[in-house]
Ligand binder design. Structure first.
Ligand code: SF4
Length: 352
């Protein structure tokens, strides 16, 4: 079955005169990260190997186009495991799940395929280990986000959620010398550091996690959009409204100098009035966004006279994750070049 069509606008954008030359600055890295790529390929391989339907708990990644593409191929998205017929194949999304969800799938005798991003699994392991070692965990993240629910589920009795810097003053935390902070992987780096600074002022004995929880892809896309925002009158971020890292890119663009910044799922959502008086448009996309959607934005902007496109590259990424072990086991014999151990290379000027 064909992929869903990217919606096109009814009326093309107009090429209105502005002061200065019209151009686009395209951020790189942008779009798919290694964890999203792995999760999407996992559903595709599961459909190929086991046949439709394959069930997926929650959106496999937070992008409407990716979800509708997989739905057309035979994936069925559910909110909870009890919606899945016994014995079916069920994929856990890239955002991860709590041990209770894993147990729920076992109880229904589901064939679970765990597409949790390995960088989220790393945070789960930290939560489990700190909880076992009698720490109380301050988890910086957004209430209700699936990743946060999954991580909290690994240490439910020993975790307090910190939604924002504003929460710090009123947090109620058990009396303990063993206090550590962890975070969601897709937060704003600056805001998280501010939250940590306030937490440390209130709890001087607070310990740091062993390594960054905000993942390489989130950090790299924020660094790239900062660079683009410095010179942009307008920044367009392609990404869905429930994509934490896409929403953060809009905030970071505004913080670092863009005069305006908007998020769109599709190019057809760009409004003519956003381009009034705009010479330089910055373009980027969140970690769950296929490149085809960015190319559609560039095509629509070209109609409005923004034909010169310069790419600003702030890091190169070559990280890849191997497919979930359940798929590697069942699809053995099929070629799969995905290996572990890739690296993200930072360019010289990039901030640490
Ligand atoms: S944004 Fe980061 S944590 Fe989330 S799937 Fe991508 S690499 Fe993994």
């Amino acid at each position: 079955m064909a992929d869903p069509v990217v919606p096109v606008r009814r009326e093309q954008l107009r090429d209105e005169p502005v002061t200065g030359a019209k151009r686009v600055i395209l951020a790189a890295p942008r779009g798919y990260c290694a964890g999203v790529d792995r999760a999407v390929v996992a559903v595709e391989k599961a459909l190929e190997h086991y046949g439709a339907p394959v069930y997926v708990r929650k959106q496999i990644v937070h992008n409407v186009h990716v979800v509708s593409t997989l739905e057309q191929k035979g994936a069925i998205f559910v909110d909870e495991v009890d919606e899945v017929p016994r014995g079916s194949h069920l994929v856990f999304s890239a955002h991860g799940v709590s041990p209770a969800v894993v147990q729920g799938a076992k109880d229904r005798e589901l064939e679970a395929i765990d597409a949790t991003c390995p960088l989220v699994t790393k945070v789960h392991r930290e939560a489990t280990r700190f909880s076992r070692d009698d720490f109380h965990i301050l988890l910086i993240g957004h209430a209700g986000h699936e990743e946060v629910e999954g991580t909290m589920g690994h240490a439910p009795e020993r975790t307090t959620l910190v939604n924002s810097p504003d929460d710090v003053a009123t947090l109620i935390v058990p009396e303990t010398d063993k206090l550590v902070w962890l975070s969601q992987t897709t937060l704003s780096v600056d805001e998280t550091m501010e939250t940590v600074r306030l937490l440390r002022a209130r709890f001087p004995h607070l310990q740091d996690p062993p390594s960054d929880d905000i993942c390489y892809a989130t950090q790299n896309r924020q660094v790239a959009v900062r660079k683009v925002a410095e010179d942009a009158d307008l920044v367009i971020v392609v990404g869905s409204s429930n994509s934490s890292n896409s929403v953060r890119l809009v905030e970071v663009a505004l913080e670092y100098g863009a005069k305006a910044a908007y998020r769109v799922d599709y190019a057809s959502e760009i409004r003519q009035e956003w381009l009034d008086g705009v010479a330089t448009v910055g373009v980027t996309s969140g970690a769950s966004v296929p490149e085809v959607l960015v190319q559609q934005v560039l095509a629509d902007l070209a109609f409005a006279g923004y034909r010169d496109v310069d790419q600003v590259v702030t890091a190169e990424e070559d990280l890849m994750f191997s497919l979930p072990k359940e798929l590697r086991r069942d699809v053995s014999g099929q070629p799969d070049a995905r290996g572990l151990g890739g690296r993200t290379r930072k360019l010289d000027w990039q901030t640490p």
